[in-house]
Design a protein around this ligand. Structure first.
Ligand SMILES: Nc1ncnc2c1ncn2[C@@H]1O[C@H](COP(=O)(O)OP(=O)(O)OP(=O)(O)O)[C@@H](O)[C@H]1O
Length: 227
């Protein structure tokens, strides 16, 4: 009340349709919301309700059929592709299944690589903390194929968090890392959020993950369900 909360993400009449005619799927359908800096938002809803499509649009990865996404006041899809890519690299971190590790690089190299690309300095202490938290300490010199699927997922999480982006978009981050690791990751997300005022948007089926968020956006058939 009265405090100046800074809006970082805004979706305006955001829609994504696939196919046409009989086969038309309204994956996301006229969605409006805004997210303030430092908020943790969980996007929940049944399978097929449009969560991943929405997250991709927020991250500049999927062009909407209609509507806008504003990040720090910049309309993402009004930027040229190259500008949008640059803007995304500077601001947004992704914890997505599909952003695989580079097979020819060790875990340490994989985790540090985005920092080099962005010209950011390495925070060694944070790297150590993440390696400890995500049980990667003894595996930093390994190659991705020498880790389990869960291990690779944890390395991808470390890679995103080490960049300390303003915004982190995560698709089922606790999905395949086991229950205990999932809980610790959620704790870490909360601490990281407090420490760096990072904004998190997390798609999840996991009710404890959703409950740990500041707010929930509930999707049903591509629309926001109120209440
Ligand atoms: N590339 C695509 N082409 C056609 N239809 C798509 C495409 N991507 C998503 N859809 C459809 O859009 C709807 C929403 O999909 P989306 O993956 O966003 O849902 P979700 O809530 O993330 O589901 P889940 O929890 O299973 O991952 C689904 O009906 C899906 O089949």
């Amino acid at each position: 009340m009265g405090n100046l909360e800074k809006e970082v993400i805004r979706a305006e009449r955001l829609s994504k349709y696939y196919g046409d005619g009989e086969a038309l799927v309204k994956s996301v359908d006229h969605v409006d919301f805004s997210i303030n800096k430092g908020e943790i938002t969980a996007i929940v809803g049944k399978s097929g309700s449009g969560k991943t499509t929405l997250l991709h649009m927020l991250g500049g990865l999927e062009t909407p059929t209609q509507g806008k996404v504003l990040v720090d006041g910049v309309s993402l899809y009004d930027l040229r592709d190259s500008r949008r890519t640059k803007f995304r690299r500077e601001k947004i971190g992704f914890i997505f299944q599909k952003f695989q590790l580079v097979p020819e690089m060790t875990i340490r190299q994989n985790i540090r690589f985005p920092l080099d690309v962005a010209g950011k300095t390495l925070d060694l202490q944070l790297e150590e903390e993440l390696a400890e938290l995500l049980d990667l300490k003894d595996r930093m010199g390994f190659y991705p194929h020498q880790l389990s699927g869960g291990g690779q997922q944890r390395a991808a999480i470390a890679r995103a968090l080490l960049m300390r982006p303003e915004i982190i978009l995560a698709d089922e981050p606790t999905g395949n890392i086991g229950e205990a690791a999932g809980r610790e990751l959620l704790d870490f997300i909360r601490r990281s959020n407090e420490r760096y005022k990072q904004t998190f948007v997390i798609v999840t089926h996991d009710m404890s993950a959703a409950a740990s968020a500041h707010r929930m956006i509930h999707l049903r058939d591509g629309r926001i369900e109120e209440g």
